[in-house]
Design a binder for this molecule. Structure first.
Ligand code: ADP
Ligand code: ZN
Ligand code: ZN
Length: 725
């Protein structure tokens, strides 16, 4: 009796054993199995010799769905590492990365691509078939004529033949199979791009000379220094060696322009794109193209780090500091970190690119573990001039200082564009009653409801609550409710007051929700049909607007003081990206940062555009305070109806944790920074160790105890290397 061990997408933290005698049951292939009263599709992860389940309890797998394993050994190895490192059940980790279309049992069974004889079918004696069953005879000779008969051929046959096929399948004589199509070899011709400058050429050389072995490289290049061009050249070299290149980009950066840039530069090459915006079928098709090796370039967001690759040759992570590489729910992995692991496992180089790398990455580079490549010149223009506007001196009535207004006026007079950046959408972040102090709080979150004046709604940006604006204070009846603070809508309105004739365009999640909204807006900006852009983070990354020469940053301070120790690092990265939008053509760009703390070291570093100085100072602070990257963290998050229940669960978990390892510090459980979210109350427990290995060993010992101690009152999750607390 043969056994298979199967990963299934069920909320039980284990793998499941089945009997299966099908020789196609190879590790990495999909299999359909009975599960309770359902049928599920899983992935075979092992062929064990024996099972802990008594033989009588072992069910038979229904059928194997893939001839060629869907996941190769190396792909499974990465998943195995990830499941172990992030302390996540292997079955759930695997199933989270396989496209939905490949793991769903259709209620109306889909036709397989083709059919082939099983060994039992091949052994049938044609004479043993019932003499009058002519259709069965015909089918048998059809199947014997070719290794795989495409479904289309069978579908064109008579009803009797199709009926015979059903009989053969039921007998176990025929199985589903994929016809082998002759693959046209791609021509890996790369269209010529611009001639590289010296620094770019040196970076490309360094990457190319690393092809064929593991080598992490940090490409530290200021905004507009031409990092993308370096990637494209390195990809061309990987393709020339007949390997695949995986390019990971942040969610917000995977634009149609980037896709078409890659496609036009590699005209004969199949490019697979993988991101969450794809329809299920599309995603499965692109995934399959990666798996079969047909796609030589795989361009995707974080989940693409798991794309099955038969011939990986180069991995690139663009904007490697971006927080979207960390999955915040469920299987909480870091795609950036796994890209490095994958490169090591595969023996290939990995390039991490950024103007403002994560301190973890930067430290690896200055300590010599990663090779550091620099691009220090802007391709088309000088770096922008960055200045602070002191809000203590220049009081804005409506969020816009006099100096910023004057600068925008000058740009309009010169026919140039300006951009006003604010990291908050809506009109005002809160509505307040002047007589009793009532504020628009979300009932389900520890957060304020944001006023969206145009739509006359109060919305929670955390749980999605969406209600009408009250006509009077719900507490005291006062009709005079005042919006406090600024959001994109309010800044837009204020700009319209100052510049009644200017063409103002607001760009935030509210105005770009429609699918083609953003491309339209981009064209208008490029054509010069816009004088002032008002927008959020959406505007920060990767767009070249040649006429945009002034960037005003309205409320940077709101991100300066935060309980999160990573806040300054993030703010610096964001401001650098926003500032990088200014002056991408021949006029020197200007950036004005409104702040009440112009002397703050962060703004000083930003003015000098000296990332190294800033990073070294932050690293010194982190070392002293015992924070990452000098410490390794894990956090146990719990949520419940009440914060007390969540804390109680964590107290218990902390008791189990203490005493497991002397080199892991177990802190006291505390309520989360945003305690209530969508009606659930949250708390967490921080664990820290100077040794990653010790922390992993600790988690390995602690996790099974946690799983046993689980109470129904609290839901919990472990987050290894948390991006935020
Ligand atoms: P980054 O990603 O480093 O901010 P980009 O890759 O967007 O910079 O490059 C900025 C611009 O410079 C792009 O329009 C790109 O096409 C162009 N570019 C890059 N390298 C060169 C080069 N060697 N010569 C001319 N233009 C270049
Ligand atoms: Zn009131
Ligand atoms: Zn809410």
């Amino acid at each position: 009796m043969s056994l298979i061990r199967v990963a299934l997408d069920v909320p039980v933290e284990r793998l499941f054993d089945y009997r299966c005698d099908d020789p196609a049951a190879r590790i990495g292939a999909r299999v359909m199995v009975p599960f309770g009263r359902r049928r599920l599709i899983g992935i075979i992860v092992a062929r064990p010799e024996h099972s802990d389940v008594p033989p009588a309890g072992l069910k038979h797998a229904l059928r194997v769905l893939d001839e060629q394993p869907l996941l190769g050994k190396a792909d499974l190895k990465l998943l195995g590492f990830a499941a172990d490192y992030y302390v996540h059940p292997l079955g759930s980790a695997i199933m989270a990365t396989v496209p939905a279309a490949l793991r769903q049992v259709r209620s109306r069974e889909q036709n397989p691509a083709g059919y082939a004889l099983t060994p039992a079918g091949a052994a049938i004696d044609a004479l043993a078939l019932p003499p009058r069953a002519r259709a069965q005879q015909g089918l048998l000779s059809l199947l014997r004529g070719s290794p795989v008969i495409p479904h289309a051929v069978i579908a064109a046959e008579s009803a009797a033949i199709r009926k015979a096929l059903k009989t053969f399948i039921a007998q176990g004589w025929v199985r589903a199979a994929t016809p082998v199509a002759p693959v046209q070899p791609d021509s890996h011709r790369a269209a010529a791009g611009p001639a590289l400058n010296g620094e770019q050429a040196a970076a490309v050389d360094a990457i190319v000379s690393s092809l064929g072995h593991y080598q992490p490289l940090l490409l530290l290049g200021i905004t507009g220094s031409g990092k993308t061009e370096v990637y494209l050249h390195a990809i061309a070299a990987a393709l020339a060696r007949n390997t695949q290149a995986l390019l990971l980009v942040p969610e917000i950066a995977l634009t149609p322009q980037l896709q078409s840039l890659v496609v036009t530069r590699f005209p004969g090459t199949t490019v697979a794109t993988l991101h969450s915006g794809l329809a299920d079928g599309e995603r499965a098709a692109h995934w399959e193209a990666a798996r079969s090796g047909k796609a030589r370039i795989i361009l995707g967001t974080r989940l693409a780090v798991f794309a099955p690759l038969p011939a990986p040759g180069l991995i690139i992570v663009d904007e490697e500091h971006d927080s979207s590489f960390k999955q915040g729910e469920g299987f909480r992995y870091s795609a950036r970190d796994l890209a490095v692991v994958r490169a090591r496992q595969a023996g290939v180089p990995v390039v991490l690119g950024s103007a403002t790398p994560a301190l973890e990455t930067y430290r690896n580079a200055i300590d010599g573990r990663y090779r550091l490549l620099r691009l220090s010149q802007r391709i088309h223009a000088l770096p922008p001039q960055i200045d602070c506007i002191d809000l203590q001196q220049d009081h804005p009535a409506d969020g816009l200082s006099g100096r910023l207004i004057a600068a925008i006026r000058t740009r309009i007079e010169c026919g140039e564009q300006s951009m006003v950046f604010i990291n908050r959408r809506g009109y005002a972040p809160v509505l307040v009653c002047g007589s009793c102090g009532w504020t628009s709080d979300c009932r389900r979150c520890s957060a304020k409801l944001v006023l969206h004046l145009r739509e006359r709604r109060l919305r929670c940006h955390h749980c999605g609550h969406d209600g009408a604006v009250p006509v009077a204070c719900p507490d005291c009846g006062n009709a005079d409710l005042a919006p406090v603070g600024q959001g994109t809508q309010r800044i837009e309105a204020a700009l319209a007051q100052h510049f009644p004739k200017a063409r103002i365009l607001r760009i935030d999640r509210d105005t770009t929700r429609r699918r083609d909204a953003w491309p339209d807006m981009r064209d208008r900006i490029r054509e010069g049909a816009v004088d002032i852009l008002v927008g959020t983070q959406i505007l920060a990354k990767g767009h070249d607007f040649p006429q945009l020469n002034l960037v005003g940053i309205v409320n940077a301070d709101s991100m300066l003081y935060s309980s999160d120790f990573r806040a300054p690092e993030r703010l610096y990265a964001l401001l650098t990206q926003v500032a990088g939008r200014a002056g991408r053509s021949n006029i020197r760009g200007q950036v004005l940062v409104q702040t009440r703390f112009p002397g703050h070291p962060l703004y000083a570093a930003l003015r000098n555009q000296d990332f190294d100085a800033f990073a070294r100072e932050l690293l010194a602070e982190r070392r002293q305070a015992g924070f990452p990257p000098y410490m390794h963290q894990a956090v146990l998050r719990a949520e419940s109806r009440s914060v007390d229940l969540a804390l109680q669960f964590l107290e218990n978990a902390a008791r189990l944790a203490r005493g497991i390892s002397p080199s892991v510090s177990v802190y006291d459980p505390i309520p989360a920074g945003m305690m209530r979210k969508a009606g659930r109350e949250r708390a967490h427990l921080l664990l820290q160790s100077p040794s990653r290995r010790e922390l992993r060993a600790f988690l390995g010992a602690w996790h099974p105890q946690l799983a046993k101690a689980t109470s129904s009152a609290a839901r919990w999750a472990l987050d290894v290397d948390p991006a935020e607390l």
